[in-house]
Design a binder for this molecule. Structure first.
Ligand code: 5AD
Ligand code: SF4
Length: 476
């Protein structure tokens, strides 16, 4: 009989990819996806531990399932991902109706764990070793990369795909739980990355995004012993027929080297969009965060980008209200945001994570309302900058990869109405969101769109129609 799977995913691109791969694996076992928890035989929650709020939300979502499980005890409820690794058995204590807990380094075990539960063997838990629970080799082995064969139907769009190039992190920034829950940094074999990317391109993927915690620190040797860096991977990926766009997230400022930036400049398919989290504009705070660079280092990186990559866009992450952050230190962050003019910034209030060095070394002493105020202030400045820079694009023609119908954007009064037009959404090569009227046929294509209006985070445009011979008509 057909089995139904419900899956909910929060967190980063790594989690999106993990969910896709778990769904693909379970489909091979006869599962179909359902959007309704009530209809599902198995419910999986792919979780995030980066901030406490994400964990609390997961517990409250699980709380809603208590009665459901009472009425349907045969339903299987599973928690996967970072919080499964972080809280382990604690999840069984707080939510006793959970059947399965599986860390991000053990996802390949999910089918057999479900089978064991169905066979009456009771609750199942599979997690990897902690960072102090063995030798580096043992810990590394216990965090297995999960890269089964891809299933194009499982992705948000069939023409865009994430490709894992790295798991784990060894940077140990003092606020961050990731090195504990995702284990030691490991570069995936270049042969596997290229094989998977070719397979994706052959099945219609036009855009791949390489994912990892610090992809520009990527290092791996191939079977002949050659060392590969990110720039080498990009050069090979550029040659894959059918691929049109290559993006990579997320990056570490110190490793944004000249040769990598030259590869971004020289390889036409590689997006000049660079996400490089700064976290704070104060050297003192960066030191407490143990980020391993100074503001001067970050400025030097911005100078390299400006010098080498034409048409670049840089975005960033910030943590406000980190332990001991004074008003002066926060103002330095404001100054850097003004100076760097990021395309956009993700701003987070510091959330103390048990098990991190930050939690051991410092006191989380900035009151919540101060964190909130700094968050609002920084966001307002960033939004003003994003809007000003978007306004400069009005009148320009941008190349947009059309992702699908737009769900939320408002219909602009100036747009000519047409009975067949749908409001579509897509992204430029620099990752700017563009909304325009088009035809569903255009989904998955790269189209020239002229920008006529904008908000801070959205461009509004019109497809450039070429009123010429039929050979050009294919463009539309
Ligand atoms: N509290 C708040 N934000 C955090 N981040 C990572 N750890 C924490 C934390 N403990 C933010 C960083 C990182 C992004 C993914 O999440 O800005 O770049
Ligand atoms: Fe966390 Fe720092 Fe590693 Fe990023 S580089 S995942 S912030 S430890």
């Amino acid at each position: 009989m057909e089995k139904r799977l419900y899956i909910e995913t929060v967190g980063c691109q790594m989690n999106m990819l993990d969910s896709e791969l778990v769904v693909a694996t379970l489909r091979k076992q006869g599962y179909v996806l359902t959007n309704s928890p009530d209809d599902a035989d198995t419910l999986l929650f792919n979780t995030c531990s980066v901030r406490e709020q994400a964990e609390n939300k997961t517990y409250s979502h699980l709380g809603v399932l208590r009665d459901m499980k009472k009425q349907n005890p045969e339903k299987i409820i599973g928690v996967m991902g970072c919080m499964a690794q972080n809280h382990q058995h604690k999840i069984f204590t707080r939510a006793p109706y959970v059947d399965l807990i599986v860390g991000p380094g053990q996802l390949h075990q999910i089918p057999s764990m479900i089978q064991k539960i169905q066979d009456g063997e009771g609750k199942q838990i599979e997690v990897s070793l902690g960072r102090k629970d063995g030798s580096r080799a043992e810990i590394t082995r216990s965090h297995e990369s999960f890269d089964p064969l891809r299933d194009p139907e499982m992705r948000p769009t069939p023409f865009q795909a994430y490709v894992r190039i790295q798991i784990g992190c060894d940077k140990f920034c003092t606020y961050c739980i990731v090195p504990s829950v995702r284990g030691p940094e490991q570069g995936r074999s270049p042969e596997d990355i290229l094989r998977e990317s070719r397979h994706l391109a052959e099945h219609g993927t036009v855009e791949i995004t390489l994912v990892g915690q610090t992809v520009n620190s990527y290092k791996a040797t191939d079977s002949s012993g050659r060392l590969w860096r990110l720039a080498d991977l990009l050069a090979e990926l550029q040659e894959i027929p059918g691929l049109e766009r290559i993006k990579f997230v997320t990056n570490y400022p110190k490793d944004m080297t000249r040769d990598l930036l030259e590869a971004v400049r020289d390889l036409s398919k590689v997006s000049p969009y660079l996400h490089v989290p700064l976290q704070s504009g104060s050297d003192e705070v960066l030191k407490r965060m143990k980020r391993g660079y100074t503001v001067a280092d970050y400025r030097a990186m911005m100078d390299r980008i400006r010098e080498i990559v034409p048409g670049y866009a840089v975005s960033s992450d910030f943590i406000v209200g980190f332990c001991g952050e004074t008003e002066e230190e926060f103002q330095k962050t404001v100054e850097l945001v003004e100076e760097c003019r990021f395309k956009n910034s993700f701003i987070f209030k510091y959330s103390e994570r048990e098990g991190t060095r930050g939690a051991d070394l410092f006191i989380d002493d900035i009151p919540h309302h101060v964190k909130q105020q700094r968050n609002n202030d920084l966001l307002a400045i960033q939004n003003r900058i994003s809007l000003e820079d978007n306004q400069k694009l009005i009148g320009d023609t941008v190349q947009v990869l059309v992702e699908g119908p737009s769900k939320t954007a408002l219909k602009s009064a100036e747009t000519p109405e047409s009975p067949h037009a749908t409001q579509l959404i897509g992204r430029t090569h620099c990752d700017r969101i563009v909304v325009f009227d088009g035809n569903p046929r255009q989904i998955g294509k790269i189209l020239p769109v002229v920008v006529y209006d904008c908000h801070a985070h959205t461009l509004f445009g019109e497809v450039v129609t070429q009123e010429c011979g039929p050979e050009l008509f294919a463009l539309g």
